[in-house]
Ligand binder design. Sequence first.
Ligand SMILES: Nc1ncnc2c1ncn2[C@@H]1O[C@H](COP(=O)(O)OP(=O)(O)OP(=O)(O)O)[C@@H](O)[C@H]1O
Length: 244
Amino acid sequence: MELIRLDRVSLLRRTQEEYSYDLKKTILSFLEGKYRKPAKKVVLDRIDLVVEAGEKVGIIGANGSGKSTLLKVICGILQPTSGTVRVRGQIAPLIELGAGFDPEMSVMNNIIFYGVLLGFSKAEMLQRTPAILEFAELQDYALMPVKALSSGMVARLGFAIATEVHPDILILDEVLSVGDESFKNKCKRRIDKFWEANATVLVVSHDLGFIQQSCDRAIWLKKGEIQFSGSAEDAVKTYLSSLV
Ligand SMILES: Nc1ncnc2c1ncn2[C@@H]1O[C@H](COP(=O)(O)OP(=O)(O)OP(=O)(O)O)[C@@H](O)[C@H]1O
């Protein structure tokens, strides 16, 4: 069964020129008849991708090639400029862990709120809260506001929620770098369980050995374009041979 389908997805983003927008200069250039609209950068370029249930798909490529952006488009965090994205099932993004938390709200309320955003009921989230707090090792912080947690603790909480709710699709963006050594090992064991449980996983990683060992197939992104799509082994080989 097809869970994810992207048809000719492109995404343009703002450039440095646009970020350094200056009202005075813009008005002057208008008056002088020299105004031109700042160029946009193509971050994703006509991406076609289909992911079937149970597949583990790796995404590899150089820094800035569009890997995280592609995951964000699939999760609905970013809207494509053109093309269509279709996703079937509950999706748990492990991207920018904890970015959606409300810092003023308690840890417990954030767990419920985040779960509801992922599509679970409040009652279900209340039932899962103790296990989430336990995995994140934050039982003593349940009633504290999220702003009182360290950034590592926030990331642990994000990881614990997204993996405790057993999503249909798990999206991983270099998450194994979360927290301290002992927590990293715990995350790794939990991620292994998703592999054993036949979940659908999309993973971005610079760890090519991990991609080769753990994924059924992989895509190599270069400047926002799919340069190669095929077995994880071939993708890694082709990518590496382009670097020499
Ligand atoms: N908020 C933003 N505004 C404008 N451009 C952005 C923004 N976020 C990312 N970009 C640009 O989009 C491009 C792709 O970035 P992305 O984070 O998807 O790359 P990546 O392949 O995940 O890189 P890395 O391996 O370094 O994590 C880069 O050129 C980056 O500068």
